[in-house]
Design a protein around this ligand. Structure first.
Ligand code: USQ
Length: 406
């Protein structure tokens, strides 16, 4: 297949591009390199030293003889460029990662809220609009989030996208319908993914676009089979308070002797998936497209759920790291249960990589190797969900006064 990977320079986009190229597909990365600009804006860098996208693709060619093509295009702003590229290349499938993906970054200031909404919603809409205008039948696979469902305890399993409901009619009968599970975003970033869902629903219904939406949990790990092949194919690995996600952060913190930064009581339960499984799921989704005219196909892309404090305690036991119980910078349920259905991927052959698989140690080893690149002052999460909360989080776990947020 000819596959366009929008956002193919990012944390999941890069290993996905390698995985699909290795499987024999003709891979084209479209990216505006915004993630690299955000590193510059924030004054942080990936824990792992990361080469330019051109250099990465050169090394991939030298290692495997396979080409990954790179095109510098901003989906949200360069509509005509995007449309012309699609008209010329007519990809069989498109994977859409080209969105700002950090909840804390999206909550930093009014400017960051505007950027996240404008970038994410325009990128998605431009893509759908161009596919329709060109009458292209490319299968669109979007990286969505488990966060569209929200994190309130309902005492029932979260279904894969659709909820069966009974509606009482005016004659007193009950009619059954399946509706999109009510969205309940917990950040501006998560809200953009909820808006994406509506855009997909409309374009699938109105124009018959073939769309798969992957509701992904928190990705952990860093290496995949392909990124291990050469030091310069290494994936990015974020540890800072905006882009680092909880499990990877705890593992890096343990490796550098920094107290594990648990927000609140750590009673938040979340869904997780290893990066190797994430790229496999994307390949499975590509091989199982919906029919033209069908509703949006939705998968829950996660393999297990864990409570934040259980993760901290497990890593503390494994490494001897201390735990810091910090005021929570986010407005979120302090404790929640989470049960998630994920039978669709399991039924299509996914064999989950679990936390017990020995991969936790591998991550600590990677973190120790590059520990000299860590700026400890960038570890605390300082982006607060409200101005009131901002006033409560003025010290880091090592007792130092925190700088202002934006
Ligand atoms: N947390 C801590 N300590 C930390 C970092 C996070 O206790 O040092 C807590 C947070 O308060 C939150 C939970 O851990 O309750 C998860 O936070 P996170 O930063 O790991 O994940 P999140 O902000 O939800 O976002 C990440 C990705 C996002 C993806 C989402 C999937 O950045 O792109 O959509 O995970 S999900 O969480 O399932 O919505």
């Amino acid at each position: 297949m000819k596959i366009a990977v929008m956002g193919g320079d990012g944390f999941v986009g890069w290993p996905t591009s390698l995985h699909l190229s290795d499987a024999g597909h003709d891979v084209h990365i479209l990216d505006n390199l915004s993630r690299r600009w955000i590193d510059t804006e924030l004054g942080v860098q990936s824990l792992t030293p990361m080469d330019s996208i051109q250099e990465r693709t050169r090394i991939w060619h030298a290692e495997t003889g396979r080409r990954i093509h790179f095109h510098l295009i901003d989906l949200a702003r360069d509509y005509e460029l995007l449309k012309n590229w699609l008209a010329e290349e007519r990809p069989d499938a498109i994977i859409h990662f080209a969105e700002q993906r950090a909840a804390p970054y999206s909550m930093k200031s009014d400017r960051h809220k505007n950027y996240t909404v404008n970038n994410n919603v325009s990128a998605t809409h431009n893509l759908l609009n161009a596919l329709t205008e060109l009458n292209l039948d490319s299968h669109l696979v979007h990286l969505g989030t488990m966060g569209v469902y929200g994190y309130s305890t309902v005492g029932a399993a979260i279904p894969e996208g659709y909820l069966p409901v009974g509606i009482e009619t005016t004659t007193g009968d009950t009619v059954s319908q399946e509706i999109l599970y009510p969205s309940n975003p917990g950040s501006i970033y998560h809200m953009t993914k909820c808006l994406d869902q509506l855009l997909f629903q409309f374009y699938a219904k109105n124009d018959g676009l073939r769309i798969t939406d992957l509701h992904q949990g928190i990705v952990w790990g860093t290496h995949t089979e392909q990124t291990r092949r050469h030091p310069q194919l290494v994936n990015r690995f974020d540890y800072d308070g905006d882009y680092g996600t909880v499990l990877n952060r705890f593992l890096i913190q343990a490796a550098i002797g920094y107290p594990l930064t648990v927000h609140g009581t750590g009673g938040q339960t979340r869904a997780f998936i290893h990066i190797q499984d994430s790229v496999r799921c994307i390949e499975i989704a590509l091989n199982n497209p919906p029919a033209r005219g069908a509703r949006v196909e939705i998968f829950n892309q996660m393999t297990e759920t864990h409570r934040v404090r259980d993760l901290a305690e497990m890593i503390s036991k494994m490494t001897g790291a201390e735990i810091a119980w910090l005021p929570n910078p986010r407005k979120e349920a302090p404790e929640n249960d989470l049960i998630v259905k994920n039978e669709k991927f399991l039924g299509l052959g996914l064999e989950p990589t679990t936390l017990k698989g020995g991969l936790l140690e591998e991550i600590v080893d990677v973190a120790k190797k590059f520990a000299y690149r860590v700026d400890r002052s960038r570890v605390p999460a300082v982006s607060a969900w409200t101005k009131d909360i901002a006033r409560t989080i003025n010290r880091d776990p090592e007792g130092k006064k925190l700088k202002s947020v934006s």
